[in-house]
Design a protein around this ligand. Structure first.
Ligand code: SAH
Ligand code: SF4
Ligand code: F3S
Length: 442
């Protein structure tokens, strides 16, 4: 009998990948995807602990699920997975005793046992171990969901930035063996995937068994016939090795868009954040990357209102944004996380100050994004048309710079990379026409 599974994902792309893999793990038990929790026999919340707001969302969602489960006289399995599960463990079962399974990010290969155990025991199952065996060795082959796919190659973090929970929720740095990564990539390409995004909390800290660095892995993946584009995220400035920079110059398949979080433009803040590099080192790194790949565009993450951040520190961040010319950025108000060193620092910044700084930073970034998008009008870019648009015959795709591009009367080319000329700028997307149609008219 088929049962229905609904997985709701919070947080980063690694969680998106993990959610897909949890569905793969449960498929042999007869679970097929459901569109919402109302139709589901099992619901998994794959949670994020990075900021307080993200973590609190889980408990409000659990409130909704509690009612749904009661309406069905308890005939529903509720699982909480991911980083909140790892961080709070027992506390979740205390606050939400109707939850059946609590599992961390490193144990989801054991989900089938947990489901069986929950059914048998009638009590809750808690598994937030960091097992010695890597879960990746126990996962079934991946199911591609379209022309673009995520592939986790690295997990965890040993860097311990003073504000961040990830080293505690995900554990230490782990690199999957090159052979396993290449095999998973081939399986995805065999299913029609043309664009791969390699994932890791510090993806460029990846290293192979025989002294392979991340640049070497990218070179090996670029050899796969049928694979057209490679991206990676999230990278750390300290792990940007020479060979990886060289790969940006030499590997055409590597897209000219790089997310390179910096968090702050102030040396004082970078030090307090334990980022272990300064502003100049970052700027020099950006120069080297742009020298290797002149059409490279960069995006970043910023935190405003870190404890002790002065107006001058914040001005340094604004200045860095202008100097690098980031075309996109994710910026966040500092959120004090339990158990992290920064949570105990004096001079926590008042909420209204954080809000004002965030608004100012985002205004600047939106302006730079708009300027970059405007400069793309008239250019021809290869766009991966990976999903249908709102109108009949329309497709939407992603440019090399992850801009959303839509084009009409092109339904037959779903899943292909097509040269498009950008014609118009919309608030959240670009409009384009096929460049070959233009040539034919000419
Ligand atoms: N490994 C990546 C970041 C992973 S977390 C890196 O080193 O850059 C994603 C982003 O969340 C971070 O880049 C940071 O900007 C933000 N973040 C992490 N902890 C935070 C906190 N306590 N408060 C606000 N933002 C935070
Ligand atoms: Fe968090 Fe820093 Fe590790 Fe990134 S490098 S995951 S910000 S501790
Ligand atoms: Fe959130 Fe965990 Fe990712 S805390 S950002 S889901 S690694």
């Amino acid at each position: 009998m088929t049962k229905k599974l609904f997985v709701k994902t919070y947080g980063c792309q690694m969680n998106v990948y993990d959610s897909a893999r949890m569905a793969d793990v449960l498929a042999p038990l007869g679970y097929a995807p459901a569109d919402g929790p109302e139709q589901a026999d099992m619901v998994i919340l794959n949670t994020c602990h990075i900021r307080e707001k993200a973590a609190e969302k889980v408990f409000s969602e659990l409130g909704r699920l509690k009612r749904l489960k009661a309406e069905r006289d308890g005939a529903m399995i509720i699982a909480v997975a991911g980083c909140v599960a790892q961080a709070e463990g027992e506390e979740i079962l205390r606050r939400a005793p109707f939850v059946d399974i609590v599992l961390g990010p490193q144990t989801y290969h054991r989900l089938p046992e947990m489901v069986a155990q929950a059914a048998r025991a009638g009590g809750a199952v808690l598994d937030t171990e960091f097992p010695p065996e890597p879960k990746f060795d126990f996962l079934p082959g991946p199911q591609a969901g379209g022309a673009a796919a995520f592939l986790s190659v690295q997990e965890g973090c040993d860097k311990f930035c003073s504000f961040c929970v990830v080293p505690y929720t995900r554990g230490g740095e782990y690199s999957r063996p090159a052979a396993a990564v290449i095999d998973e990539a081939r399986r995805l390409v065999d299913q029609g995937v043309v664009e791969l995004t390699l994932l890791g909390q510090n993806v460029n800290a990846w290293h192979g068994e025989d002294g392979w660095g991340f640049g070497r892995l990218i070179r090996a993946l670029a050899e796969i016939d049928g694979l057209k584009r490679i991206r990676y995220t999230t990278s750390h400035p300290r792990d940007m090795q020479d060979d990886l920079i060289a790969a940006h110059a030499e590997i055409d398949k590597l897209m000219p868009f790089l997310h390179l979080p910096v968090q702050s433009g102030s040396n004082r803040m970078l030090e307090a954040m334990n980022r272990r590099h300064d502003r100049d080192t970052y700027l020099r790194l950006v120069e080297r990357l742009k020298a290797a790949r002149p059409d490279l565009a960069l995006s970043s993450d910023f935190i405003v209102g870190f404890p002790g951040e002065t107006e001058a520190d914040f001005a340094d961040s604004l200045d860095l944004v202008r100097q690098v010319g980031f075309v996109q950025t994710y910026s966040f108000k500092y959120s004090a996380r339990p158990g992290t060193p920064a949570a105990g620092l004096p001079n926590q910044i008042p909420e209204p100050v954080k809000e004002a700084r965030l608004a100012e930073l985002q205004d600047l970034l939106n302006e730079q994004t708009r300027r970059f998008n405007t400069a793309c009008i008239g250019r021809v870019m290869p766009v991966l048309l990976d999903r249908p648009g709102r109108h009949p015959g329309q497709l939407i795709g992603r440019s090399p710079y992850m801009q959303s591009v839509h084009v009409d009367d092109i339904a037959a080319r779903l899943g292909q990379v097509v040269d498009l000329r950008i014609t118009e700028l919309y608030p959240n997307s670009l409009a384009a026409v096929p460049a070959d149609a233009e040539r034919m008219r000419a």
